[in-house]
Design a protein around this ligand. Structure first.
Ligand code: RP5
Length: 171
């Protein structure tokens, strides 16, 4: 299990996924953390191919100082739910599009957690990955005024972009 960190700071967010093939979706979460300066790590932790690594990751998450985990997986996507079972750290799931069912299998696997062990579940694909990270940012911002200011500025930029839109779109 190799880890990719984003600098010298200890990570406060774990970004994990079932395969390196998930990165093309999950990189949209990493980009949000980079933009907001959130120290994070990125790892492959496959639930069915690396079950013992997954148990170790979940068991150590809180002690290592992680305050949130964003977990992406495709198909029978056990990773977010299993990690949520292993740690009190909040887990946010990203359904990765799958080859045959276009991620509907991933979504249902992640969102239909039985009562008692929640996984915050986001949209299938890139928007879900970015929104999972933005949700983590919003949570961290509740105790970090500087981060809250950045988040408000981010939202304001989106508003300006939308206000500048014209239809039909100019070429
Ligand atoms: C899942 O199986 C992964 O999360 C990935 O979405 C999917 C396919 O994995 P690879 O066969 O590309 O490694 O475990």
């Amino acid at each position: 299990m190799t880890a990719a960190g984003n600098g010298a700071q200890a990570p406060v967010v774990g970004l994990v996924m079932g395969s390196s093939s998930d990165w093309d979706v999950m990189r949209h979460a990493a980009a949000v953390f980079d933009e907001f300066g959130i120290a994070h790590e990125s790892r492959v932790v496959s639930a069915h191919r690396m079950p013992l690594d997954m148990v170790e990751y979940g068991a150590q998450a809180a002690g290592r100082g992680l305050r949130a985990i964003v977990a992406g997986a495709g198909g029978a996507a056990h990773l977010p739910g299993m990690l949520a079972a292993l740690t009190p750290v909040p887990v946010f799931g990203v359904p990765v599009p799958s080859r045959y069912l276009r991620g509907e299998d991933s979504l249902l696997s992640i969102v239909q957690m039985p009562r008692g062990v929640p996984v915050g579940t986001f949209a299938i694909g890139e928007a879900g990955a970015a929104n999972a990270a933005l949700h983590v940012v919003a949570n961290l911002a509740m105790t970090d005024p500087g981060l809250l200011h950045k988040l408000q500025a981010y939202r304001a930029r989106q508003t300006e972009v939308a206000r500048a839109m014209v239809v039909p779109p100019e070429a």
